[in-house]
Design a protein around this ligand. Structure first.
Ligand code: PNS
Length: 154
């Protein structure tokens, strides 16, 4: 039986920080299902289909990574894919409060699914999708911060 984790996020767009989290997650889990959330309230820059395509293209050569989109509850997605855990990355202490609330709420919703956190590589602690969007909109260079499928679309 393969040990599966769901790695959820908005991925607007996916960054090398996200890629680092997935790579670390694969040291612990056999299979990672990346759940791209619709999150319309966040008013994403890229539509859901494009965000999903960029994630799929990024991991196209790894058969242990799958990407799906979802609109409902994360715990339901975890069930659907027989996942034992939810994977998230932590960059700095400031991430903790939000992650703690989310993990606690998800545990309230489904006691069986654990939240597991990995710490981002130092080079990516300052990288966020929000900064990537902002910098690229203002003509800045994000080449070293995003995977190729994102670069070509920014
Ligand atoms: O990359 P993000 O924007 O921090 O990811 C947020 C995400 C997708 C993990 C969060 O919005 C989410 O879990 N959405 C699904 C809805 C849900 O299950 N909500 C209850 C858990 S708090």
């Amino acid at each position: 039986m393969k040990r599966t984790a769901i790695y959820p996020g908005t991925f607007d767009p996916i960054t090398l920080g996200h890629v680092d989290v997935v790579t670390r997650g694969l040291k612990v889990f056999d299979r990672i299902v990346i759940g791209v959330a619709e999150n319309p309230k966040k008013g994403p820059m890229f539509d859901l289909e494009t965000r999903l395509t960029m994630v799929r293209e990024t991991f196209a050569d790894n058969e242990n990574i799958e990407a799906v989109s979802f609109t409902g509850l994360l715990v339901d997605l975890a069930h659907e894919h027989h996942a034992a855990a939810l994977l998230r990355g932590l960059r700095a202490a400031s991430d903790f409060e939000y992650e703690f609330q989310m993990a606690t709420m998800n545990r309230h919703l489904d006691e069986r699914i654990e939240s597991v956190f990995v710490m981002a590589r130092e080079d990516y602690t300052f990288v966020s999708s929000r900064f990537i969007r902002e910098i690229s909109e203002m003509g800045g260079d994000v080449t070293s911060l995003v995977p190729t499928p994102v670069l070509s679309r920014l």
